[in-house]
Unconditional design. Sequence first.
Length: 298
Amino acid sequence: MTTNYSTSSNTTFLNKVQSMINLRLLRSSMAYVFLIVFAFTTIFPFLWMISTTLKSRGAIFSLPPTLIPDLLFQEGMWDAYVEVWTQHNFLRYTLNSFFVAGAAAVGQLVTASMAGFAFARMKFRGSGFFFALLLSTTIIPVEVVIIPEFLLMARLNWLDTYLPLIVPSFLAASFGTFMLREFFATVPEALVEAAVLDGATTFQIYKDIFLPISIPAMTTLFLIAFINNWNELLRPVLYISTPELRTVTIGITTFQNEFGAQWNLLLAAAVISVLPLIIIYIFAQRYVVEGIATTGLK
């Protein structure tokens, strides 16, 4: 009798375990299916963009539309990229964008790190008010202040130069300041106290302690600032008039007008403009994940 009861209990327990395992497998399968569908939905526009660049002009508007390009592994497969790169000065535009986005991102690192350190570790009257005032600027669209900004740049004789594209990024680092302030607030106070006992100045504490340990957060901020400035269109359109100074965003707009667009060239230029961002992120993703994961955590 005892043996039968024990066997029944074991069977019931095994059934419960099997049910839990089946339920967990079902949940995992549903999650993977959802993620696969979401990933495909996200990447499909990029696949279509690349496919269009490998199509002849007549095949772009063929009905029904096809994802497989007609020039795949055929002669003239890369003609759109070659034409964009060689005949439309896109190499110069890409180098211009690298300079503008890189300089603006580096400048934002300098101002945001110093401001973030000040708000996180330096006690002064009104720090909370000024920090809240700085954060409030993030809700103001660029379009609201672009007219007075344009008049200021014209008064400074900065029109048709890169200064209006770089300097505002130096001085508009509200998100970067918030991000680095939260990161710097997680640094143990014992490190700061030990540095003070060793006779370190405030700037030495910032330079020798906070900057070296904030490389993941700084890398994340650099990548975000670089992408934002790389994709900037409004300011380049307003301030740049010399063709040799154009950035990739202006270069892309040259392939469309009020009568239509050269879609294969337009999308080839878009692919070229996206590739540097993808390459940079691939090499920096470890620091980006680490920086986002550790920001704001004690």
